[in-house]
Write a protein that binds this ligand. Structure first.
Ligand code: NAD
Length: 466
């Protein structure tokens, strides 16, 4: 069956009416109190862990089908990362669930965890981490939820639906497969929280739909995340760390991927030489054949990236790579030097293996360039200069900042992960996930003694003097 026909068939099955029925069932489960119990949350987190332990080969295989993602990359950056997240939730859950006493001695105010029925709507890259990491938080917070994986990664989407069916409690956790029609049917419903991972154009559609019901949203978006290279650093180590953040995760098709480099005119030749050397050390002389690089997810994205390279404004600017294979959907790691700021490649998020290098006279000028654009999901700086680090932290606005590495903050669960303005809204990971999928209900409870008559009318002058 062709994909158009398949989608049409799914549309017939999953329309607004079906979506509404779905939500009704999930709300029924929630109302029964099942998902709020500590026991249910632990059992579902354990089932998720069991699923990862038993089905890792299937997950690796789905990612291979969708992206030709290297096995080690899938195991370490997907499965192992998600297991860490589940382990930490299991360890901390009791503590997270304990009502918090407010800092107020009298009367005691405590926090209660409250109901959220949650919709996840994910982009293609990174199953299981991006699809299931928010689910860990939503389960920990005692929610019923629906997960809508991206249709752009069909093998991952159908595996996710299958595994959730086999391992999870279907009265509270469901997967809806499909594309725009199915997402729109879901967005028509009233949710208590919507978490969307993807681009900022669709995020606006999601937010507009959420506004109808005043539903809060968690938007995990992207942006043009810059890397600033100062001089006087351990260049070999810096380049290796930069390459892993850029090409070591889906060949640049990741939200926290470095989008472009900014360095000084003087330092650029040295940096370029080191980058070329390390790229060759990692991916060989013919990176199109490398087994350690993912392919581009589909022909639309291949065409989009090709357009960025074919733009007249960057003609002659490729200084490394540039090779493409349309049939295999492969693009080699590609460096471009001194591209004009008004070129296509500098006007949209690249989300692929191309890396422009911009040059400035003074390294401090980099921060002005970053702050003149929309706020990125991440910003990176390589330096040994204490003052520059401080200036970076104080002046650059981005979802997250990393000094002397790239992308690793994603794996640190004690840090909130999320964007700012154009790169997103809200944050999750670790306890932040639990918080973002909970409602902090303030409860003030007191006894009957100690009633103060002065608060009641009539407001006599005598009372005023007290
Ligand atoms: P996308 O927005 O095209 O797709 C994501 C989801 O949106 C899919 O489930 C799709 O069905 C749905 N969708 C698409 N069009 C829709 C419409 N008109 N109405 C309703 N739903 C619709 O995702 P993408 O563009 O492939 O994702 C790439 C972007 O995601 C990049 O900007 C990247 O930086 C960002 N991203 C962010 C994170 C993060 O955690 N912050 C992670 C990965 C990717």
């Amino acid at each position: 069956m062709g994909s158009e026909e398949e989608t049409k068939k799914k549309n017939e099955v999953f329309d607004a009416e079906a979506a509404s029925l779905f939500v009704k069932e999930l709300r029924g489960t929630f109302a029964s109190g099942k998902t709020k119990s500590y026991g249910w949350r632990v059992s579902q987190l354990k089932s998720l862990m069991k699923m990862l332990n038993e089905r890792e080969p299937d997950i690796v295989d789905a990612l291979r089908q969708d992206l030709d993602k290297p096995e080690l990359e899938s195991s370490i950056y997907e499965v192992a990362l998600l297991k860490t997240s589940i382990k930490s939730a299991l360890k901390e859950l009791k503590h997270w669930m304990t009502p918090e006493k407010a800092i107020c001695s009298e009367p005691p105010i405590y926090m209660e965890i409250h109901f959220v029925t949650n919709i996840e709507n994910n982009n293609f890259n990174s199953f299981p981490v991006l699809s299931l990491d928010p689910v860990v938080g939503a389960i920990a917070a005692g929610n019923a939820l629906v997960l809508k994986p991206s249709e752009v990664a069909p093998a991952s989407s159908s595996l996710l639906a299958k595994l959730v069916g086999e391992y999870m409690d279907l009265s509270s956790i469901r997967v809806v497969e499909g594309a725009v029609a199915e997402t729109s049917a879901l967005l028509d419903q009233k949710w208590d929280k919507i978490c969307y991972t993807g681009n900022s154009r669709v995020a606006r559609i999601v937010m507009a739909a959420a506004a109808k019901h005043l539903t809060p949203v968690l938007l995990e978006l992207g942006g043009k995340s810059p890397v600033v290279f100062d001089s006087g650093i351990n260049l070999k180590v810096a380049c290796r760390r930069m390459i892993m953040g850029k090409w070591g995760c889906n060949n640049g098709q990741a939200c926290i991927s470095p989008d472009h480099i900014i360095t000084t005119k003087d330092y650029a030749p040295k940096l370029l030489e080191s980058l070329k050397n390390e790229l060759e050390n990692f991916y060989g002389k013919n990176p199109l054949e490398s087994k350690d690089l993912s392919r581009i997810v589909n022909s639309n994205h291949f065409a989009r990236l090709s357009k960025l390279l074919d733009d007249d404004k960057v003609s002659g600017k490729i200084v490394h790579g540039g090779e493409r294979d349309k049939n295999k959907l492969r693009i080699a790691p590609t460096l471009l030097l001194d591209v004009p700021r008004d070129s296509l490649i500098m006007s949209e998020e690249i989300f692929g293996p191309l890396l422009p290098i911009l040059t400035v006279d003074k390294i401090e000028d980099s921060f002005d360039i970053i702050n003149s654009g929309t706020k990125p999901l991440a910003a990176y700086l390589f330096t040994n200069n204490k003052k520059l680090k401080q200036q970076f932290v104080e002046t650059v606005s981005a979802g997250g900042l990393v000094i002397n590495d790239t992308a690793v903050h994603l794996a640190v669960h004690s840090l909130p992960f999320g964007g700012v303005q154009e790169s997103g809204m809200g944050a999750y990971h670790g306890k932040f996930s639990f918080d973002v999928f909970s409602h902090k209900k303030a409860v003030l409870s007191r006894g009957f003694i100690g009633d103060v008559p002065v608060r009641y009318p009539p407001y006599t002058k005598g009372k005023l003097r007290l």
